[in-house]
Ligand binder design. Structure first.
Ligand code: HEC
Length: 147
């Protein structure tokens, strides 16, 4: 039981906020084909990611440490990878967008929110970029669940 509690709080703190209920009308918006095509035709998402996210999530979203489930010296968990090896792909586009907008501080984490730092287009582009980092089979799974 104890292990279960420790494990589930570890998952919580490593960015697995179960905020999938935050599904909102934005989701449709996030996934329109035009937007996806637009993003694929440029590397806007990569540019946003490299400028704002790699300091914590690593150059290709692989994270900065080998074991992102192990607390850092400051007691916090490292930023999880967003390249498909952690949990990001378990969460709806709306939930991921919520993390990008609001960060994780309110939920006991330490990711800063980018609500006012990035434009809506930049946020959509970076979300698509993260999706592009996942292996094809995860993308397919994700798309059939959420898109
Ligand atoms: C200062 C470090 C830092 C920066 C910069 C940062 N993040 Fe994070 N990110 C985190 C941490 C830490 C978490 C885990 C939640 C927490 O502790 O707040 C996280 C979680 C996430 C998650 C959820 C992952 C999951 O498994 O559900 C996504 C998506 C994400 N970040 C995307 C981004 C994007 C996109 C950017 C750039 C616009 C960014 N992050 C910039 C530290 C950071």
């Amino acid at each position: 039981m104890k292990t279960l509690i420790i494990l589930s709080s570890a998952l919580f703190l490593t960015g697995c906020f179960d905020s999938d209920e935050v599904q909102d009308s934005n989701q449709e918006d996030l996934n329109t084909n035009t937007q996806i095509e637009k993003n694929l035709s440029s590397n806007a998402g990569q540019v946003v990611f490299e400028k704002n996210c790699i300091s914590c999530h690593g150059k290709e979203g692989q994270g900065l440490v080998e074991n992102w489930k192990q607390r850092q010296a400051d007691g916090k968990f490292p930023a999880p990878p967003v390249n498909g090896t952690a949990h990001a792909w378990h969460h709806s586009p709306a939930a991921l967008m919520n993390t990008i907008n609001n960060g994780g501080i309110k939920l006991g984490g330490w990711m800063p929110g980018f609500k006012d730092q990035l434009s809506e287009d930049e946020k959509k582009a970076v979300l698509d970029y993260i999706h592009d980092l996942w292996p094809a089979e995860l993308q397919e799974k994700y798309d059939s669940r959420f898109k």
